[in-house]
Design a protein around this ligand. Structure first.
Ligand code: ADP
Ligand code: MG
Ligand code: ZN
Length: 628
């Protein structure tokens, strides 16, 4: 893709700015200094001047607009003293001077008058602009292109060019995201088809995922596939020194985009402007600018009507949780596409893409490399291939060997381990048993829904692995046994660690949190406790829409009741835990089998998973009944 952007030379600009400033100061000094340090003429009151005229003491006078200079008559052929006064509006002055024999004249117009006027009028504004520019150049992300372009958008425009076009073929390992974005390409290519049927074309698509997973690349690929222009700007570039510049920049960006429609506007790091306005960010002051920019963005997104111009806004963030809810409303970024770290198969595909670009030796086993790199994002893998090629070149070899890759992995891993993204083999094993524990208990217990996927690829920010359960049908009501089943499932992970390793890790804390919450709700919200009876002990969830259902204040209860609630919650959780452990012990062989399998492939899903989970032996009714 050709990048249309004027070459910037920030260094030269800064030097030019400084010279400009110095020149300005020099002129200013020239204008001001003479009046400071010029010969000082004593100033007298006007009345004294008139007295002296009437007394015939004045020899001659020079009458100017705002000063009268006059010389007294000298004594003994000495020239008289020169004095000055400020004139007042006095029409009789000429007559008075004439009557008293004073030689008088008006001040001759100063030489180069037009020049100094010019200086007076042109230089100060120039200096002002110069200073502005100086600061803009210093603090702005880039250098604006002219005196008045502070507010111009700095969007880079990629126009499709056959040779450098990015397509979906260049992106691998993020199949779900690709499937969703194919639709966006359709919108861009033939919007009429959708408009004719009365469908609204989505305006905004938010790509969510950790850094380096290919969000920017995907956005470019959408533009490339659809053959449309691609405007790209980073959220942090909107946030500027000058209040209002960010908003103006948004306006300008969309103005340009509409002219090029159909096209894609890509906003990277959306969280830089899209942070929730309701406090949260911990910003004090300096918030206004971002807020204005955000408001402008919302206005622009609401502004372009369907059919008028197909501008689709793609945005990327790795912190969707901080985004302002207004951004995620229908009509704005209502579609969210998860771009996650690739699994084993995905990593293999990405490696294939990049390995094609270097000369490989015959001993290369990409599958083995993919197996050794769980947690690597696309960018890490691209980097890995490059590191390996560099190593080979450094050792003056013609081709990259498997040993180069092994060494490169170690280097890259060392870097990533600091960011705690790579699991050691031991950790990986623990995570595998933990997740299979969830899955087995989930499959055996009522209420959990179908276990659809087990993965030990580190995902998102916190989870090291995950077990995905899909509800078998839409459920609005759950009975007691089902909630107990869910609690047991949540505890399944930790229970598996206990059963297999005899110890537990910190990885289960989120599970425990959720299990305890559920148990507490059973007692305080749903009235499911036999001891405490059908009473609601909490105050209802008034704030559910704002999503902070964590706040769950209790009704005023007596100390005994509070203790009874705690006991009951504990009892529920412990019973569920007992059941989970028992179940896992009963299915110990299956646990082992699935865990070994997942350690090999990292992700098990679909039919393969169902076949395995169908072998789970439930607890007999007698034992299962103990808890309830
Ligand atoms: P993000 O925007 O998600 O942080 P980028 O799209 O900027 O990540 O990725 C940086 C680089 O890493 C890309 O230019 C590409 O070379 C490589 N890369 C990342 N993800 C992938 C992927 N899924 N497939 C192929 N290459 C990828
Ligand atoms: Mg990016
Ligand atoms: Zn867990």
């Amino acid at each position: 893709m050709a990048i249309k952007d004027k070459p910037k030379t920030p260094r030269n600009r800064q030097i030019a700015n400084i010279l400009f400033l110095l020149a300005g100061l020099f002129f200013l000094a020239n204008l001001l200094l003479p009046s400071f340090f010029g010969p000082q003429i004593p100033r007298v009151p006007y009345s004294m001047f008139i007295d002296q005229v009437q007394d015939g003491k004045v020899n001659r006078a020079q009458v100017g607009q705002d000063e009268i200079r006059y010389q007294l008559k000298g004594e003994d052929s000495q020239p008289g003293q020169v004095l000055s006064t400020t004139p007042i509006f006095d029409l009789e002055l000429p007559q008075r001077l004439e009557k008293n024999g004073v030689e008088f004249a008006a001040v001759p117009p100063p030489k180069g008058n037009w020049f100094s006027t010019l200086l007076g009028w042109i230089i100060p504004p120039l200096i002002f602009v110069g200073i502005l520019q100086f600061f803009a150049g210093r603090f702005g992300a880039g250098a604006p292109q002219g005196a008045l372009s502070i507010t111009k958008s700095k969007a880079k425009v990629y126009v499709e060019g056959e040779s450098t076009k990015v397509t979906f073929a260049d992106v691998a390992g993020v199949e779900e995201a690709k499937t969703e974005l194919v639709e966006v390409v359709d919108f861009l290519k033939s919007p009429q088809r959708f408009i004719n049927i009365g469908a609204k074309i989505p305006k905004g698509v938010l790509l969510v995922g950790p850094p380096g997973t290919g969000k920017t690349l995907l956005a470019k690929a959408v533009a490339g596939e659809a053959g449309v222009a691609f405007f790209s700007i980073s959220g942090s570039e909107f946030v500027e020194l000058f209040v209002g510049a960010g908003a103006a920049r948004v306006r300008d960006l969309f103005e340009q985009a509409k002219q090029k429609a159909p096209c894609i506007v890509f906003i990277d790091e959306l969280d830089a402007i899209g942070k929730s306005r309701a406090g949260g960010g911990g910003f004090v002051g300096g918030n206004d600018e971002r807020e204005q920019t955000l408001n402008q963005l919302l206005t622009e997104m609401d502004g372009f009507a369907v059919g008028e111009a197909t501008v689709i806004v793609l945005a990327a963030t790795n912190r969707p949780e901080v985004l302002d809810p207004a951004l995620l409303r229908p009509g704005r970024f209502d579609r969210q596409v998860l771009v996650d770290r690739p699994d084993l198969a995905g990593r293999l595909k990405i490696l294939e893409i990049y390995a094609n670009k270097v000369k490989l030796g015959g001993d290369i086993d990409l599958k083995a490399i993919a197996t050794r790199t769980p947690g690597f994002a696309g960018a890490d893998l691209a980097n890995l291939v490059n590191e390996a090629a560099l190593l080979a070149a450094r050792n003056r070899r013609e081709q990259v060997s498997q040993a180069d890759f092994a060494e490169a992995i170690e280097r890259v891993v060392a870097g990533l381990e600091k960011k705690s993204r790579v699991l050691s083999d031991k950790e990986k094993t623990i995570v595998a048993y933990h997740e299979v524990g969830h899955a087995l208990v989930g499959a055996a217990m009522p209420g959990g829904g179908k276990v659809a996927k087990i993965s030990i690829v580190p995902r998102g920010m916190a989870a090291l692995g995950y077990t995905l359960q899909l509800p078998t049908e839409d459920r609005f009501l759950m009975d007691e046994a089902e909630i107990r089943g869910q609690i047991a499932t949540l505890l399944g992970g930790r229970s598996a660690e206990e059963v297999v390793f005899g110890s537990i890790t910190t990885g289960a804390s989120n599970d425990l949190q959720r299990a305890t919450d559920l148990a507490e709700q059973m007692v305080t919200t749903y009235g499911m406790s036999k001891v405490l009876g059908p009473l609601a002990y909490d105050k209802g969830q008034s704030n559910q829409f704002l999503g902070n259902s964590a706040m769950n204040p209790r009704r005023m209860v007596s100390d005994e009741t509070a203790k009874a609630i705690d006991d009951e919650v504990k009892e529920i959780v412990e019973t569920a835990h007992r059941q989970a452990v028992e179940l896992l012990n009963k299915n110990r062989d299956l646990l082992e089998k699935i865990a070994q399998q997942i350690l090999e492939v990292e992700v098990i899903e679909g039919e393969q998973l169902q076949n395995l989970l169908n072998q789970v032996q439930s607890l007999d009714k007698a034992t299962a009944a103990i808890g309830s």
